[in-house]
Design a protein around this ligand. Structure first.
Ligand code: ACM
Ligand code: ZN
Length: 766
């Protein structure tokens, strides 16, 4: 071997060895690996300016962590040969939360403008160290890191109402946030199914409102309401002492807790405790789950004593939480009770409110004034836009990004928490193999690909986007280990979205670094999702040709597929490049890893090649913007809908689907069909019938057939049906397809009598 090359390789070897170990999440703004390493041992001291008292808690936090993993006691401000220096000093570019971490063989220096930055620098240092107790040498590589966050609101939410999680787990959850440099914990403390915070002035809130009849053996939506006399044994609440302790614990880790006290809806637990708070003022039992008739969920805005109650509650809450933001909920108010309430109607008349939306706005504005009078800021779900937004309010955009965009354009601050992809109660892998979830599908990669700044905002409007947050609703999550599973690893992906520079977002790099964090989760005994083994099938239409790209989110995973309808295995065709689709077929694909089949079930995508492909579709009633599939011509793209609700399905809410297609020239046609979906739990129902008409001129249409629906409205399993008209071959240029909406959701359905959805995927012409 060439000697010089040999020496060079020897010199580089330790560099590569150390480089492998650096798997920091979220990815720092800049990281330079240097030669050498620093070893933390008993000859190491932590130094800081003792006059800066805020550094003492940070130093103790650091010493505690070193003690936990090694049993070594680091002395503070002691003469020693090796130092870990914590330095508060004016430093440009890194802002309030940034830090510099410089490691040389004799010194570790963490420099920042505030204690926050110091603690984040320590979190990065911890990721260079073993995660659990070890006898190994605590050796960290020499690095120079400059780091600061992209967004000021980096949030994680936890619903403790639907299921109660005790203070110890809440601290563990806060630890997850701290490791990944989140700074906001949104604590959803009240809802219909449980009030979770002690309020001294209103003891019934926790005596009654925190406990319900235990029906955990039934899944959420199937639970009957409790009966009088049944014992309410399930629940719990946090005492004010526990809250103070948790707030202090979070603050040491740079985490602000934003408490949420829901109003005016989602308040059945408070009403069970104090019936005078509702319009009906009737006695009721705490809800056990789901939605029930004859339960009051709303406070009565016509009653001044409701406002007195809420102001008294908030006074105690504000006393416990130093957070600048106080979350007042505001979502999902069914306003029927207000329509029927004389006090509410009187209030509307007196205040000149046109409708119940304005009554909700009156409610939120009145409470916002109270919050502002306490020198705090109100934040609420995007429904607070309806009927007029309170002047100082910040909007949490959850029904997509539209509410957030509207608020930012009005000059209001916004936190982005769109259901897709930031609801972590949704599935992250194949529903067939995952724990039962509320629905939806937000995979790790989807979370990683999110950007909180919508492209439609100007630079100035975008400054109102404070950041983003994932929400974890707990209807389907009753165990702490299940909470871990839902947030790990998706919160790691989000941490990079909200912390790291957008230009450095790199899925492959993240996925590789993630493997180290999986090892840590294993060492710590955390319950986490190993990822989404379902293959992503991405159809691409280009130059009139249809092809598909297949990918897996699994690190080092491979994809195998079939197109003959058979189930694939690791001996099927291995995917290497896009597969072109030239005929109607069904593609099935699985993920393999190191020679093993990892997907339990294949991902399936059907394609229909027919005469209307690529033709423009005109709709008489608009397609819902939420269910546009892959664009306005989704009904003629050859891509069939899948069993993932929303994927390649066009949605119409409460209205008939009336679609007209121009084939461009006369064609010989003998079959026209429309594919439809029923998923009753998602309020998606088959149309009553589908009518097929043809025309030569686009104005005079002749009916060829009307096909009635034969799927029962009570069928709860997800069902796909093709409504099909066959007729003797005709010359046809224009086609009109009408799918008749149902008159209302069927009896016994949770949305009985309300409009349903029509979901269609393709108009096939042959
Ligand atoms: C919400 O998910 N109802 C905010
Ligand atoms: Zn009322």
């Amino acid at each position: 071997m060439n000697r010089r090359l040999f020496i060079l390789l020897i010199a580089l070897a330790p560099l590569f060895a150390t480089a492998q170990k650096i798997s920091i999440i979220p990815q720092p703004v800049s990281l330079n690996l240097r030669q050498g390493s620093f070893t933390i041992d008993k000859n190491t001291t932590i130094t800081f300016n003792a006059a800066q008292a805020e550094l003492a808690t940070a130093a103790h936090y650091l010493a505690g962590q070193i003690m936990n993993i090694s049993g070594t006691t680091l002395r503070l401000n002691h003469a020693a040969s090796k130092t870990i220096q914590l330095k508060l000093q004016q430093t440009a570019e890194i802002g309030e939360e940034g830090y510099l971490l410089h490691i040389t063989p004799s010194n570790i220096a963490i420099t920042a403008n505030s204690r926050k930055g110091i603690v984040y620098g320590m979190q990065t240092l911890f990721q260079l160290l073993p995660a659990i107790r070890t006898n190994a040498v605590l050796e960290v590589p020499c690095v120079a890191i400059k780091d600061y966050p992209r967004f000021q609101w980096r949030g994680m939410h936890l619903d403790v109402s639907r299921h109660f999680f005790g203070p110890e787990f809440v601290k563990k959850y806060i630890d997850f946030l701290a490791v990944y440099k989140f700074n906001t914990f949104h604590w959803h403390l009240t809802d219909d199914q449980g009030w979770r915070i002690e309020i001294k002035k209103y003891p019934n809130l926790t005596k009654t409102g925190a406990w319900r009849v235990d029906e955990n053996y039934l899944s959420w939506g199937t639970r009957p309401q409790a009966k009088e006399g049944e014992k309410a044994t399930y629940g719990g609440y946090y005492t004010q002492e526990q809250v103070k302790d948790i707030v202090r614990y979070a603050s040491e880790r740079n985490i602000t807790i934003v408490p949420e006290i829901e109003m005016p809806g989602h308040s059945a637990a408070a009403i069970a405790s104090y019936p005078y708070l509702s319009c009906e003022q009737q006695h009721q039992l705490p809800m056990t789950g789901g939605n029930y008739k004859n339960i009051s969920s709303n406070y009565c805005p016509g009653n001044d004593s409701v406002f007195t109650f809420l102001q008294n509650v908030l006074t105690e809450v504000i006393g416990l939480f130093p957070s600048k933001f106080i979350h007042l909920g505001g979502d999902e108010v069914d306003k029927t009770s207000w329509k029927n309430c004389p006090k509410c109607q009187k209030r509307m008349k007196e205040e000149g409110l046109k409708n119940e939306e304005e009554l909700q706005s009156y409610f939120m504005k009145r409470m916002e004034r109270f919050v502002s009078s306490k020198k705090r800021r109100m934040i609420g779900w995007d429904e607070i836009l309806e009927g007029g937004l309170a002047p100082g309010a910040t909007v949490m955009s959850w029904r997509g990004e539209q509410g957030g965009i509207a608020a930012a354009k009005m000059g209001h601050d916004v936190v982005m928490t769109p259901g897709t992809p930031l609801y972590f109660d949704h599935y992250q892998g194949d529903p067939a193999t995952e724990p039962l979830a509320i629905g939806g599908f937000n995979s790790l990669k989807l979370v990683y690909s999110y950007d909180p700044i919508p492209a439609v905002l100007s630079e100035k409007e975008a400054t109102h986007i404070l950041g983003a947050q994932a929400n974890l609703w707990a209807e389907f999550i009753s165990a702490a280990a299940h909470v871990e599973y839902m947030v790990l690893p998706r919160m790691l992906a989000l941490s990079e979205v909200v912390w790291s520079p957008k230009k450095d977002r790199n899925w492959n790099s993240f996925n590789e670094r993630l493997q180290k964090h999986f090892e840590v989760f294993d060492q710590k005994g955390l319950n986490y999702s190993k990822g989404n083994f379902r293959v992503e099938i991405k159809p691409v239409a280009k130059d009139g040709k249809l092809s598909v790209m297949l990918s897996t989110e699994i690190y080092n995973g491979e994809v195998f597929y079939t197109t003959d309808g058979k189930d694939p295995g690791i001996f099927s065709t291995k995917y290497t490049r896009p597969v072109s689709i030239d005929s109607s077929l069904t593609l099935k694909a699985i993920t393999g890893l190191y020679g093993r089949k990892m997907s339990i079930l294949p991902a399936i995508q059907a394609f229909a090649i027919h005469k209307a492909i690529g033709r423009d579709v005109r709709y008489t009633n608009p397609v819902s913007p939420y269910y546009m599939a892959d664009g306005p011509n989704s009904l003629t793209d050859g891509i069939r809908g899948t069993d993932i609700v929303g994927k390649y399905w066009h949605g119409f809410s409460g209205k008939d689907l009336i679609a007209t297609i121009d084939l461009g020239s006369d064609q010989d046609v003998h079959t026209i069909s429309l594919g439809c979906l029923q998923s009753a739990r998602d309020w998606i129902m088959m149309p009553q019938w589908v009518k097929f008409e043809v025309s030569a001129d686009g104005t005079q249409f002749t009916e060829v057939k009307t096909v009635p629906n034969d799927v029962s409205p009570n069928e709860m399993a997800s069902t796909i049906k093709d409504f099909k008209a066959e007729f003797p071959t005709k010359k046809v240029r224009f086609i009109r397809v009408t799918a008749k909406a149902i008159d209302g959701l069927p009896k016994g359905h949770p949305g009985e009598g309300k409009p349903g959805w029509i979901f269609a995927d393709e108009i096939m012409v042959n």
